[in-house]
Design a protein around this ligand. Structure first.
Ligand code: ADP
Ligand code: MG
Length: 702
């Protein structure tokens, strides 16, 4: 095996700016960089030149097709491959071609993607448009090499049918509003503020042969039955443990694949649960980070298959052990290098930081419901609000030092007053370093300040990170906008800033919580504070169409009211469909696999009982077991019938929202009732007779 040269392979499958510079005429390249930096559109002439250069590069590297790569509301990516093939000339010679028009715009049939009612009111046709800020790349799969062009996906009347369009809009909004803030503080040379995101991705690996024996994993991505293994995560020996050889080989391959497409895979380690792992890239511009996270998830699945494993991205593949999430690290930085979440070294920077912090407190408190919604998906319902981290209540963790600063700012009256403890004397000395301290970081907080960024920890492992970042950008943009509106007109700027910081921090200090977010006391305390505790995805969906939400998103042109309504509708649809598949899978497994196995086992027991009796020995134990098995079997059968019944009822419902709630309130409990006796039976029935691999095998045979 040759030596791996990371520098050489990094980005080899990306049509980087560097490659464009090499291959494009100077003026075309200049136009491209201008559009990347300032927005706008490429002229058709330049688009043609770029398309040709891109195609030449792709073909030289073995590509046969191109694809507009987009992110419909399914949460995953979509692609339709078109070969570069054209009609041959009369001699039969064919020349591969790719035009500027094909680069810039595509027309996939929108009618088969979820539109949440947008389709009813508007045309079914949709189009994809090149997101020039995210570079094109070559995807290597069994189909050969495909040139993928990251695109936004909209209806012909301009409604966003995807997750990327609103994200791009939100990035513009926060840039514009954050600029107003930094300009007020004298940074007038800044012309753009960029939201940066680093997403830490958790996942499980499982042996492919075991996976294939479980219909639940195949159809739903999680186990629907399964008694706990004798060993779970209680020994705490997996987190940061030595990586097993097979997993190591997977990680090695995965890194290589990711580096090739320009993803800065950086950190890898074992997670809390057995067979659970994490990968984190270095943070990047928000839209690129979103694209990259999609690629990370896709690549994980593909590489796992090569290693005769499967990668489970579901938020809760196994009951009773840690689930998977995605920490969304977020910060905002000016184009002249100032991170607005960095406390800085000078008093001026400190005050700007405190204002930004105050605005974020206001944003998160005002829109806690929306932020929680942005991290919801069906799988994540098993984590948020369930007995496992993080809680469904949004709160902010600041760390001891910074919380103390906020407390003092709130308590001191006048804007010119002194912050006690020698930490901050407004306008004179500076804030202490809030370097994150690994020892006292609060792992239970859903939204934690970690030195120079916020870490949003609610996001589910399988979900796109587009929505969380769209919402974050939007709510912070709104707070910045309101602050700037007041400060720009202030007679005494310094005084006004201090008043504003104090006002926002006082009004919104209830959102700060530094304690144990998993405790029962916090749930009560949060209720007292009036913080929302939204338990499920479908309960969260309604937050999208409150007056408050519509006003926010409309104001900054991020979502129209129709776009919001469509997203709410899709949530109900997706929820009902997902639970429906899970319920049907359970019925199938119970009826076709578990019940027959249990019957076989009882038959064996009954025969033993008879044989024992014939031999003149009273089979007391066998009879007791047989009874228990029979009772549980009856319980199972009854529960299965009940589940079939409510499934039928759900199928007859026509109102999408009502149906979704019926699934949550009636079908899900019926599924739990079926699982309980089945799991109890698994503990009794002969292991060789149990129809599929157990938790112990699934988690420890990797
Ligand atoms: P951990 O949270 O495990 O301690 P780190 O804090 O080092 O790990 O980084 C986690 C993720 O946060 C990485 O993807 C990293 O690139 C990203 N990150 C670091 N600094 C920033 C920042 N200023 N803005 C956004 N993301 C960042
Ligand atoms: Mg982290």
């Amino acid at each position: 095996m040759g030596k791996l040269n990371v520098e050489e392979i990094f980005g080899m499958n990306v049509f980087t700016l560097g490659k464009m510079k090499e291959r494009l005429p100077k003026d075309a390249f200049r136009e491209v960089t201008k559009v990347i930096e300032n927005g706008g559109e490429l002229s058709m002439a330049t688009a043609n030149v770029v398309a040709k250069a891109m195609k030449d590069w792709a073909v030289e590297n073995g590509a046969t097709h191109y694809s507009h790569w987009f992110q419909p509301l399914t949460g995953i990516t979509a692609e339709k491959h078109d070969a570069f093939v054209t009609n041959p000339d009369e001699m039969g010679k064919m020349i591969m071609e790719f035009s500027g028009k094909e680069l810039i715009k595509g027309e996939p049939d929108a009618s088969s993607f979820p539109s949440g009612g947008l389709r009813a009111t508007f045309e079914a046709r949709g189009y994809t448009a090149w997101d020039i800020t995210s570079p094109a790349f070559l995807k290597e799969a069994s189909t050969g090499k495909i040139l993928c062009i990251p695109t936004a996906f909209c209806s012909y009347t301009g409604e966003a049918l995807d997750k990327k369009t609103p994200l791009l809009r939100s990035m513009e909004a926060i840039s514009e509003q954050a600029l107003r803030i930094v300009h007020l503080f004298g940074n007038t040379s800044a012309t753009k503020v960029t939201a940066s995101v680093g997403a830490e991705q958790e996942y499980f690996l499982i042996d492919a042969d075991n996976y294939k024996k479980r219909k639940d994993l195949i159809f739903t991505g999680r186990t629907l039955f399964g008694a706990p293994a004798p060993k779970g995560q209680e020994m705490e020996d997996h987190y940061f443990g030595v990586i097993r050889e097979r997993v190591g080989a997977f990680m090695k391959d995965l890194n290589e694949e990711l580096w090739k497409v320009g993803i800065t895979a950086k950190t890898q380690h074992n997670e809390v649960a057995p067979a659970q792992h994490e990968l984190a890239p270095i943070y990047d511009t928000a839209n690129i980070a979103v694209d990259h996270n999609q690629l990370v998830m896709e690549t994980m699945k593909r590489v796992a298959v090569k290693h005769n494993m499967r990668c489970l991205l579901h938020e809760k593949p196994y009951a009773g052990v840690n689930g998977s999430g995605k920490h969304d690290n977020w910060s905002i930085t000016t184009d002249n290098g100032v991170n607005l979440l960095d406390p800085g070294d000078t008093p001026n920077e400190n005050i700007q930081f405190l204002l930004v912090l105050a605005c974020i407190m206001k944003a998160v408190d005002t829109h806690a419901d929306l932020l929680r919604q942005s991290a919801s998906d069906v799988g994540n319902d098993h984590r948020l609000g369930a007995d496992e981290a993080p809680p469904a209540i949004i709160s902010i963790f600041l760390g001891e030092q910074l919380e103390d600063v906020v407390k003092q700012l709130v308590e001191t009256g006048a804007a010119t007053s002194v912050i006690q403890g020698g930490k901050l004397e407004t306008g004179v000395s500076t804030l202490p370093d809030f370097e994150k301290d690994a020892t006292d970081r609060n792992r239970t907080s859903p939204f934690a300040f970690t030195g120079n960024k916020f870490e949003f920890r609610m996001v589910g492992s399988a979900d796109s990170i587009a929505a969380p970042n769209t919402t974050l950008n939007a709510i912070v943009a709104e707070a910045f906008c309101e602050a700037a509106d007041r400060l720009e007109g202030a007679a005494d700027f310094e005084m006004a800033v201090h008043d504003l910081i104090k006002e926002y921090m006082t009004e919104h200090q209830r959102i700060i919580f530094n304690g144990n977010g998993y405790s029962k006391e916090w749930v009560k305390e949060a209720e007292k504070r009036g913080l929302p505790n939204i338990k499920s995805t479908i309960e969260a969906a309604g937050t999208l169409t409150t007056e408050k939400a519509i006003k926010l998103f409309k104001k900054f042109g991020i979502y129209t009211e129709t776009e919001l309504a469509s997203r709410e509708e899709i949530t109900y649809e997706t929820y009902a469909k997902t639970i429906n598949i899970e319920a049907l899978t359970m019925i199938d497994m119970a009826g076709k696999d578990i019940v027959p196995a249990v019957i076989k086992y009882s038959k064996m027991l009954a025969e033993t009982v008879n044989a024992s009796k014939a031999a003149g020995v009273e089979p007391v134990a066998q009879i007791a077991i047989l009874r228990e098995v029979s009772d549980l079997l009856l319980e199972m059968q009854t529960a299965q019938k009940a589940l079939e019944q409510v499934e039928k009822q759900a199928g007859e419902m026509t109102n999408t929202k009502e149906r979704a709630f019926f699934y949550k309130d009636v079908v899900v409990p019926a599924m739990e009732a079926l699982r309980k006796p089945a799991d109890a039976l698994e503990m009794i029935v002969d292991e060789d007779m149990w129809p599929f691999p157990t938790y112990g095998e699934l988690m420890f045979e990797v």
